[in-house]
Ligand binder design. Structure first.
Ligand code: MG
Length: 272
């Protein structure tokens, strides 16, 4: 199952994603994931899944974030070489922080560089999409049954403010600091080792395997659900590999992974 969220006739809709002629296409409309219905906004609800729809290229769609999380939970320093490149110790247990849902940004949207920061970095990450309410996942339980699927995210970070503020709420939480998408897929096996890559203006800057995660996904889900009740649609960013670096106005940044497509965003300066 692969799906995206996009504007169809100026209304948010869900679409099924399939490969057509070596490119991703939206082939039909889907009903909203059941757990998202309560989050629908008034009359601008999802059109019925059976209404007329002409398949279109994913690249031509006006995409929205494919999830509506009640919270965005992030894991810091979960790749050895990235912890070391910032001069940090390898953590003994997962380091968690939040991004606010107001930081979500659509695929194709512009990351806005806040005037308050002189150094804003990209961090390409594999993200988990929660599929059912979960508290205290047990060691013997099927962690895959907790997830609706996987997607890509960019954990945009104001590096100078992260150091200055000590608490990371502002540095990680500005509006537009959580690009996510382009779609959600459950057809991925991160245990097999899938390569995540980040490119800035087409130049490869990050490349690592999901096998290199210090704390693997089942452990993260147990650790996180021991602290917070996970709700359907919640997003978990699993950490970034080495190679992080600054973004500048006019840049284009792409996070990609085989099976999850490419999450492309532009970068612009804050208007005054
Ligand atoms: Mg990160």
């Amino acid at each position: 199952m692969r799906y995206c969220r996009f504007l169809h006739n100026n209304r948010p809709a869900y679409g099924a994603i399939e490969m057509r002629d070596d490119a991703y296409a939206i082939t039909r409309l889907l009903a909203a994931p059941e757990e998202d219905l309560s989050a629908q906004m008034g009359p601008q609800s999802t059109p019925p899944a059976d209404c007329d729809f002409t398949p279109m290229a994913l690249s031509a769609a006006d995409l929205l974030p494919p999830v509506k999380p009640s919270k965005i939970i992030c894991v810091g320093r979960n790749y050895r070489e990235h912890a070391q490149e910032l001069g940090n110790e390898i953590p003994a247990e997962p380091l968690l922080f939040f991004k606010p849902p107001s930081s979500l940004l659509s695929p194709g949207g512009a990351v806005v560089l806040p005037a308050a920061s002189q150094r804003v970095d990209f961090e390409g990450e594999l993200a988990l999409v929660v599929g059912k309410r979960t508290r205290n996942l047990g060691a013997g339980e099927d962690w895959r049954s907790v997830l609706r699927g996987f997607t890509l995210a960019n954990d945009i970070s104001a590096r100078d403010l992260q150091k200055k503020d000590i608490q990371w709420a502002r540095a990680k939480g500005f509006d537009t600091f959580c690009p996510v998408g382009p779609f959600v897929s459950d057809e991925l096996d991160p245990d097999a080792g899938v390569t995540i890559e980040t490119r800035v203006n087409g130049e490869l800057r990050q490349q690592a395997s999901t096998r290199d995660l210090i704390f693997p996904i089942p452990l993260l889900l147990r650790y996180i659900s021991a602290a917070f009740t996970l709700e359907p649609g919640d997003l978990i960013l699993t950490g970034t590999p080495s190679g992080v670096g600054p973004l500048h106005a006019g840049d284009s940044v792409e996070v990609s992974m085989a099976g999850l497509g490419g999450l492309i965003n532009t970068v612009q300066a804050e208007d005054h």
